[in-house]
Write a protein that binds this ligand. Structure first.
Ligand code: SF4
Ligand code: SF4
Length: 346
């Protein structure tokens, strides 16, 4: 696919051009954090940013949404259409793009979730490649999400004096065609520049997780009864923050909001969390994961074991949000490294 050059001084013009015909959302500074929000003017967009509070999954799988309406006695929902508008997620990190790839496997494969599918269809993703690891919580190098691989329409890479834009889909090609902020880069020189930039970049990305990518699945296969889960469970406050901010967590609850006259109502879905005490409670009072240790283990196994068995993918992108947000100081790096140390000693 095609490559373009973009002069650094033309970035603002480029962003403004995207707003013609699209709702552009991008990382924007809010107090001392970053959030994905609608871009009103190009100057608001932060290209060098720590992972946003919530990942861009909120645009495809909103925190709360109406699924449809019903009248009492109906066997099907009506009014199930999803309002969508053409949207661009701009300057997404490669780890967050991998997060959307994980959600795609869950919501956009057979049978697809119609709400997710409709939003994804009208979405373009423009990535912005990180040149340094975000902070001490990021494990993108071990999770192999530090470089762009798939799931984007256009990727922007800072090669020093300018940006290289790699077009990765027909939609991306159509979007950039004829854009006056861009210069055609051909393929050869741009590819060489990208390869050189990534070779240099790799020296700055360290492996904070001790087990290598290829060993992670086996490590979790051997760690189900580890005492590490009790240690983590002792600290956990069961607040659910770690799952809310995770780009690959997708647990949800559904409920009906019935009208006061009980003639009908609305069906809604809302994000849920496996870390909340009542999450695994069932009728009759049984709770399958009553202990915090078992809920924490479940969270980790959903990232490093169950997803590998079901979808052949790790569902941890290494973004570091869970550790960054945890009020109890539970660190994914420390947990995985403790499992590794314990495993070495067996
Ligand atoms: S954010 Fe921390 S304290 Fe809250 S549920 Fe997750 S691990 Fe537990
Ligand atoms: S488990 Fe933590 S580091 Fe991994 S994707 Fe989720 S929030 Fe990011």
């Amino acid at each position: 696919m095609r490559h373009y050059y973009l002069e650094k001084t033309s970035m603002g013009k480029f962003i403004e051009s995207l707003k013609e015909g699209y709702r552009v959302v991008a990382p924007i500074k809010k107090e001392n954090q970053f959030v994905f929000a609608k871009v009103e003017s190009a100057g608001e967009v932060e290209l060098e940013y720590l992972p946003t509070v919530l990942p861009p999954k909120k645009y495809l799988f909103p925190q709360k949404e109406k699924l449809g309406t019903f009248d009492m006695g109906d066997t099907k929902l009506t009014d199930t259409s999803v309002e969508v508008e053409p949207m661009i997620i701009f300057a997404a990190h490669t780890c967050d793009i991998e997060g959307l790839e994980c959600l795609d496997v869950v919501f956009n494969s057979d049978p697809a979730d119609p709400y997710y599918k409709a939003r994804k269809k009208s979405l373009l993703i423009i990535g912005f490649e990180c040149m340094v690891p975000c902070d001490e919580y990021a494990t993108c190098r071990t999770m192999d999400t530090h470089n762009p691989k798939a799931g984007y329409d256009v990727m922007i890479t800072d090669v020093g004096s300018k940006y290289v834009l790699h077009v990765n889909s027909k939609e991306g090609k159509d979007l950039l065609e004829g854009n006056s902020a861009l210069l055609d880069a051909g393929n050869g020189e741009a590819k060489t520049l990208l390869a050189k930039t990534r070779e240099e970049k790799l020296k700055r990305f360290d492996n904070k997780l001790k087990p290598e990518f290829s060993r992670l699945a086996r490590l979790f296969g051997d760690s189900y009864t580890s005492p590490v889960w009790d240690e983590v469970g002792e600290k956990c406050l069961s607040c659910g923050n770690c799952t809310a901010v995770c780009p690959t967590c997708y647990c949800l609850d559904m409920y009906d909001k019935v009208k006061l006259d009980t003639t009908g109502g609305e069906r809604k879905r809302v994000w849920d969390s496996c870390q909340l005490e009542e999450f695994a409670s069932v009728a009759g009072g049984e709770n399958f994961r009553e202990e915090r240790s078992s809920r924490q283990r479940h969270r980790y196994y959903r990232k490093f074991d169950y997803s590998v068995k079901k979808y052949h993918k790790f569902f941890c992108t290494g973004c570091g949000r869970c550790s960054r947000t945890c009020m109890a100081g539970i660190s994914l790096i420390e947990t995985v490294n403790s499992l590794d140390e314990e495993n070495e000693n067996v």
